[in-house]
Design a protein around this ligand. Sequence first.
Ligand SMILES: Cc1ncc(COP(=O)(O)O)c(C=O)c1O
Length: 489
Amino acid sequence: MSDWRSIPCVERHKEFLENLIAILIDCTFESVSRENPVLRWREPGHLQDIINFNLQEESRTQDSLLEIATKVFKYSVKTGHPYFMNQLFSGLDPYGLAGQWLTDVLNCSLYTYEVAPVLTLMESTVITKLLNMFYKEENGASIGDGLFCPGGSFANGTAINLARFWFRKRIQNNKTIPSTNLVLFTSEDAHYSVSKWGNVCDVEIVLVKTDEYGRMDINDLKVNISEEQKKGNYPFCITATAGTTVLGAFDLLIEIADICQEFDMWLHVDAAWGGGLIFSKKHSVLLRGIQRADSILFNPHKLLAVPQQCSLLLTKHKNIFKEAHSKQAPYLFQKDKFYCRDLDVGDKYLQCGRRPDVLKFWFMWQAKGTSGFEKHVDHLMRFSTLFKEEVEKRDGFELVTEPCFINVCFWFVPPSLRVQNTLYDYKKRLNEVAPKLKEKMTKRGSLMINYQPLHEKPNFFRFVIQNSGVDMQDILYVFDELENLGESM
Ligand SMILES: Cc1ncc(COP(=O)(O)O)c(C=O)c1O
């Protein structure tokens, strides 16, 4: 029977949905079991034989849909698995997942109070709480505002646009300065989205050198600012990073904030990765100075393991989102509404329709409490220190740089290179090790850990965790598995 109406009915869909939910619950536990592989690698041609991706004229039966769902799960990467350490997100938090499912049942878009009353108040609560935490004010609501963004890259772009808006309004005195004369400074280790959005906003991006730990070099920053001024350009923004993508470095926020103050520039802090440390009394010291930022990007879907995506842009400028973005579309934001129009938050956003990413975060926060997030973060910091100590202990493992955060970057030097490390082509051969090991682990499905080169450094592995289910056995497993896979190299 054709089933084309987009409405669930008990007779037709209850049993189907119950069966699907039963499958999803099984998948949830299977995906995190150490007995199961992280992935079942198949070449694309083989995968197309297993799953028929073609779209056809006729409908499929519910049984075949359940079969498809099972296969989709089976051949997808299990990002909640303790051996998935490939990205700056991982884990499968049970309460986050529940919040995600609840979000999907609501299928809401968050722009007006009339469409999203509960979600509007929830969002305002979370933003106010985070403003209080980052800006350390008694009442965050009075000092700033926040947006939920579809990912950190988009939030970085929004911040650049805000900085440009602010600079023009404040400095320009009605002179027209072309965007191409506006200059933004960020480090060469900053996330690539900053440069991408520089292109979109048509502003000049200067990449400042980093020091041996991956932090922005303050002297190079000063030299670059003064060179740009001599050229007649306008330095308008510095984007500092709190937790760089590869090395996990923290730029010196206090020094950078002083420079922004001196030159009247906007300070944006990309704390997409490191921002979660704000929950830890012990480790939030790495974020010192962040309260001086004009805007802050924070991705709870990274360190806090909130399901994807959950990303916020916070600012201490209370009205700037409205000033910079508002267009007051009359079909959504009618002036003669029967309730307070301030409750319609949509107009301060660059998007129109918007998924309520707040719900899963708020739900997790209810389940764990602020103290639960603190324990989670402290656990991750502790286990990355244990990982680092193991690198130092084991033959054939070498640190790339001294870590201060979760990221532990290291080389695995296989036995054949250990004895001959004076070889003239040592660097070239070391560069080939990580990609080969990556292929082996992926095909075996035993581990997923990322590698990359950086500046002149040959390919190295980057250990990262966001899953506080990872324990000491898992840490030792990573070393044993790499030794195992690299034994004959
Ligand atoms: C420091 C930093 N900023 C921004 C981003 C971009 O975040 P998203 O992947 O949510 O776009 C990343 C992603 O890894 C990152 O590491």
